[in-house]
Design a protein around this ligand. Structure first.
Ligand SMILES: *[C@@H]1O[C@H](CO)[C@@H](O)[C@H](O)[C@H]1NC(C)=O
Ligand SMILES: *[C@@H]1O[C@H](CO)[C@@H](O)[C@H](O)[C@H]1NC(C)=O
Ligand SMILES: *[C@@H]1O[C@H](CO)[C@@H](O)[C@H](O)[C@H]1NC(C)=O
Ligand SMILES: *[C@@H]1O[C@H](CO)[C@@H](O)[C@H](O)[C@H]1NC(C)=O
Length: 960
């Protein structure tokens, strides 16, 4: 999704979700006045901050523990310059005096520190007994060395690839943020534990140190761009209450939120920690549905407020989007157990759908801790700030007046804590469930029977290493590339969220696997699922079964399930392409998916006119009747947002193509024939009279009478100066969704031969000119999914070396190992898996078994597939000097010859899934022979047309 650029509040209001009024975002701390402008300003803190080093010049932020601006500057200084190196270098002189006069903190050689930052060396942030990631930082957005070589293989175990994972990549508070979740999670974890900051941060976190922390919460999505966040339920926030006075405890969001200390956010797979500016440390680790959270209160911080006891604010009602609709809360002081039961609105269409969530907190750490004071609190932003000490329950229902739900929860202190040196430490266990509070408690007891933080971290790491070892790369891989690769691989397994046994409503007690956060399939069908198909057949099968079960129970294949409920459809019904991709690769692999039933779901999608296709299914009637989705049609049978006619048609066509492939495979000849016909409907939305930049034939919306309605093809492109509503808004009258017609006019992945005939009468040179023009004029929008395939389309015009050049450029311009290292929302690993395909030198054609060969960034790698076997791909004569945005003359960047098990192939442009994995556990050796001779490598091979990647209209994809 491109929702960072989609004016979120406006969108939802425009959609008529009246309960999502602008003020409903204010629990996140934004001011009630002009929330839209406020939020948009918050999305661009980085550039603002660079202009004015606000930490030292704007000391009124809630850093009340420090006494003067000078102290604040000092605090800034004595933290490691985590992603703030820009400030450090630039503002060196500004900070220096504070540094030199410090006496209370361990001495820092400031010159040396600055030097190290410039060199990009990673700082260590370590404690005696916990594993910590060296914090990644960068001063100028460039890539930095991570480690000189890959981690060594231990004698008896898998490689520890977690060392190459930097969870902070994609957490930068940029103008087009990645919105990556950097907190603790196991692979596909339902529990995702991390801090929530009070700014635009849909995954809870971002690295803007001007954004205060409101608590640590246990449910999150990753990489999504929803307007005001997703989940964030059941925050806990460690606080110190002056004189241990219960009534003085800061409990409401505004009162309790607090800045982080600079440079103290650290993370690695399975572990996350931050430290607040009052030195309280917050740490988390997790299992699938449970976690341990540890808070360390330094004695000095307690002393400063004449306090003896750590206090904890437990928040029941404030999820990130502020959607609480009622529930029940109960505290058992004897057991030290707090349970929360709540109903909330989903993040992507919260006025429409709601879900239940339950948490169970254990506060006694198996008897090693004991509660002191306890009670409940409530508050709002208009004067209520109440604590009822000794009370243990609360029941609330939905408040029907006003956009702001009440803030409420529990407030506890400990009289007995664990000690960490002279500091006080509390360890709390949390279980989470979508079924019941009892199940939340059972999940915690089952998954974390002992209160052993380090053990849970290690278990999580082991689970991660099992996933990460599915791809092994050569030990002489460029360290930056290795870090990019394993970090992306990590994010490729971070979501969707495995909520098996936690289904609710129709999915309660479903015997199928159940995954949440399919958010949205529009994002993930292109690269996420094809990437999963390389190494992870069992995981893939479970998720596919989830999609099928969604159709069984709701009548539509899920498109954008988030928070356990349907979300808004962006284009087609792209789950069809996920099911088709799985079926064509794994139908015969003996996995527990009934392929006939899978096809029944697909067929129903292809032939059912969904009554309401905003939340699943398609507007099939009109589409089939006209051969395109018409503009300004009175569709009397179905309902949905009647926009995006051009791009929706293209996606419907691609959905149909995927379904066709499965029909063909299963011998359903009639369906296959019909859907083959529909696979050519793309032609019906190209208007040859639309001209731009000397090229003609662009996708346009079209009336029912066949006339096209003209829109400039650069509308909604990056060069469109007018910030138009190009998303789901009704005002989007441009016929396309979230990118330009110019870009969509290159999106016919299954029939480029037909497209090239359409656009340039089959003249490949002319087509290439058009694609070059597209890039040269800045029409390419790297931050969003419709662009994923664009850089490799040259290969279809028989000029594969141009795809190689373009992919190098796109990767080095848009991806790096800094926090800002993503060009847009990661979208549940969509971006991560796009990057990884590029690094492997392959690009998938979803719903088929074909991959386009480009040029690896990694000298050799092995893909391990537990069902099919393994394949080692070696780039023979790999040349690391080719790893540049612009490939230098003489660098061996181009694939000249392709060998499979020693046998030379005719085509150097495509390779099939069954060539990589013939099955039966066999090992395959693939060699790409790299060459600097661009001219010689610049065709798909001696076989002419048959060496080109497949196209439907030239006889490709004829068998599955
Ligand atoms: C959650 O709390 C509400 C309100 O007290 C109650 O009606 C409902 O039964 C509870 N649900 C569960 C699963 O405990
Ligand atoms: C890298 O791999 C090669 C070949 O497998 C091996 O001989 C070499 O020792 C490895 N180097 C390191 C530093 O692990
Ligand atoms: C999801 O969770 C279930 C229940 O624990 C487990 O059996 C399954 O293997 C998990 N799936 C994945 C892909 O992790
Ligand atoms: C088709 O309908 C549109 C919208 O009503 C109209 O502007 C156009 O002139 C019509 N075209 C023809 C050929 O009648």
């Amino acid at each position: 999704m491109r929702t960072a650029m989609l004016k979120p509040v406006l969108l939802l209001v425009a959609l008529g979700f009246s309960s999502v009024s602008p003020t409903s975002s204010s629990p996140r701390g934004s001011s009630d006045a002009a929330p839209l402008q406020h939020r948009r300003a918050l999305q661009r803190p980085r550039s603002k901050a660079h202009a004015a080093p606000s930490f030292c010049r704007n000391p009124e932020q809630d850093i009340e523990a420090l006494s003067s601006p000078r102290d604040i500057c000092r605090m800034t200084l004595f933290s490691s310059p985590y992603d703030m190196a820009g400030y450090f270098i630039k503002d060196l002189d500004f900070y220096r005096p504070a540094a030199q006069t410090d006496d209370g903190v361990s001495p820092v050689d400031f010159e040396q520190l600055a030097q190290r930052v410039q060199e990009g060396e990673r700082l260590f942030s370590a404690t005696s007994h916990e594993p910590m990631l060296k914090v990644q930082h960068a001063s100028d957005g460039s890539q930095h060395l991570v480690s000189r070589q890959l981690p060594a293989q231990t004698a008896d175990g898998p490689m520890d690839y977690t060392k190459l994972v930097n969870p902070f990549i994609g957490t930068g508070a940029t103008s087009n943020p990645g919105n990556v979740f950097p907190g603790a999670s196991v692979p596909f974890g339902m529990a995702k534990i991390g801090i929530d900051v009070d700014t635009y941060a849909p995954a809870g976190y971002n690295d803007d140190l001007q954004a205060p922390v409101r608590g640590m919460s246990i449910l999150h999505d990753t990489g999504t761009g929803s307007s005001s966040g997703s989940f964030g339920n059941f925050e806990t926030m460690p606080v110190i209450c002056t004189d241990d006075d219960y009534q003085l405890c800061p409990t409401t969001l505004d009162n309790r939120k607090r800045m982080r200390a600079k440079g103290k956010d650290v993370a690695m797979p399975g572990y996350f920690s931050t430290t607040l500016n009052n030195s309280i440390k917050m740490e988390a680790t997790s299992t699938r549905r449970a976690g341990l959270i540890r808070y360390t209160f330094p004695q000095s911080a307690l002393d400063k407020q004449q306090a003896k006891s750590p206090h904890l604010v437990m928040d029941w009602t404030n999820d990130l989007p502020g959607t609480f609709k009622g529930g029940h809360m109960r505290l058992n002081p004897l057991e030290g157990r707090v349970i929360f039961n709540g109903t909330y609105g989903s993040s992507f269409a919260s006025g429409l759908f709601q879900y239940n969530a339950y948490a169970c907190y254990d506060l006694h750490a198996g008897g090693r801790q004991a509660l002191g004071k306890f009670g409940v609190w409530a508050g709002d932003r208009f004067g209520e700030d109440t604590k009822l000490e000794g009370e243990v329950t609360s029941d609330l229902v939905r408040n029907t007046i006003g956009g702001q739900p009440v803030q409420a929860g529990a407030l506890v202190s400990w009289k007995k804590t664990m000690n960490a040196g002279s500091d006080k430490q509390v360890l709390i266990r949390v279980g989470v469930s979508y079924v019941s509070p009892e199940q939340a408690c059972a999940n915690a007891e089952e998954e974390i029977p002992e209160f052993d933080f380090t053990k849970v971290v290690k278990q999580s790491q082991a689970l991660w290493n099992e996933k990460l070892n599915r791809i092994q790369i050569a030990n002489d891989t460029d360290p930056k590339i290795a870090q990019l690769f394993y970090t992306s691989l990590y994010r490729g397994f971070l979501s969707p969220n495995n909520a098996t046994l936690e289904g609710q409503a129709q999915f309660l007690n479903t015997p199928s696997p159940y995954f949440d956060g399919l958010y949205c399939t529009w994002d993930t069908f292109r690269t996420f699922f094809p990437f999963l198909s390389l190494t992870s057949p069992h995981d893939y099968a479970e998720i596919v079964e989830t999609y099928i079960d969604g159709w069984r129970k709701l009548g539509a294949i899920p498109e954008c399930r988030a928070n356990n409920v349907p979300g808004l459809t962006q284009g087609g019904s792209d789950g069809t392409n996920v099911l088709a991709d799985f079926a064509v690769k794994y139908a015969k692999a003996g996995l527990p998916v009934d392929i006939e039933e899978l096809y029944t779901a697909l067929r129903s999608d292809a032939y059912t006119n969904a009554k309401e296709w905003n939340n699943g299914g398609r507007q099939i009637g009109a589409y089939v009747k006209y051969g395109y989705i018409p503009f300004a049609v009175y569709d009397r049978e179905t309902t949905g947002r009647q926009t995006r006619e051009g791009s929706r048609t293209l996606e419907y066509v691609y959905n149909d193509f995927g379904i066709r492939n499965v029909a063909l495979m299963l011998g359903k000849q009639d369906d296959a024939q019909d859907l083959t016909k529909r696979s050519y409907f793309y032609k019906n939305v190209f208007d040859k009279n639309t001209k731009k930049f000397g090229f003609s034939n662009y996708v346009q919306k079209r009336y029912t009478n066949g006339t096209f309605a003209h829109v400039d093809p650069t509308t909604c492109s990056p060069i469109d100066p007018s910030n138009k509503p190009c998303s789901l808004q009704q005002e989007n009258v441009y016929g396309v969704y979230e990118t330009s017609s110019a870009e969509y006019s290159l999106f016919v992945p299954h029939d480029f031969a037909g497209l090239i005939r359409l656009l340039s009468n089959g003249d490949k040179e002319e087509f290439i000119k058009r694609v070059d023009n597209f890039f040269d004029r800045g029409l390419y929008y790297s931050g969003n999914e419709p662009s994923f395939q664009t850089p490799i389309v040259y290969t279809y015009a028989n000029e594969p070396t141009r795809s190689v050049d373009r992919v190098r450029q796109v990767v080095f311009e848009n991806f790096n190992t800094t926090n800002a290292g993503l060009p847009g929302n990661d979208d549940n690993g969509a971006m991560a898996t796009l990057l990884n395909f590029h690094l492997l030198g392959l690009y998938p054609v979803p719903s088929t078994r074909e991959y386009i060969i480009v040029s690896p960034f990694i000298p050799s790698y092995t893909l391990n597939n537990a069902v099919l076997g393994s394949v080692t791909v070696t780039a023979r004569n790999f040349d690391k000097t080719s790893l540049k945005k612009t490939i230098p003359q003489g660098a061996r960047a181009y694939v000249a010859r392709v060998f499979i098990n020693g046998e030379e192939q005719s085509s150097r442009c495509k390779i099939l899934h069954e060539q990589l994995f013939p099955g039966g556990g066999k090992h395959t050796d693939v060699v790409f022979e790299m060459s600097a001779n661009k001219a010689a490598a610049n065709s798909c091979g001696p076989g002419g047309e048959k060496d080109l990647p497949s196209s439907l209209s030239t006889g490709g994809f004829d068998r599955f």
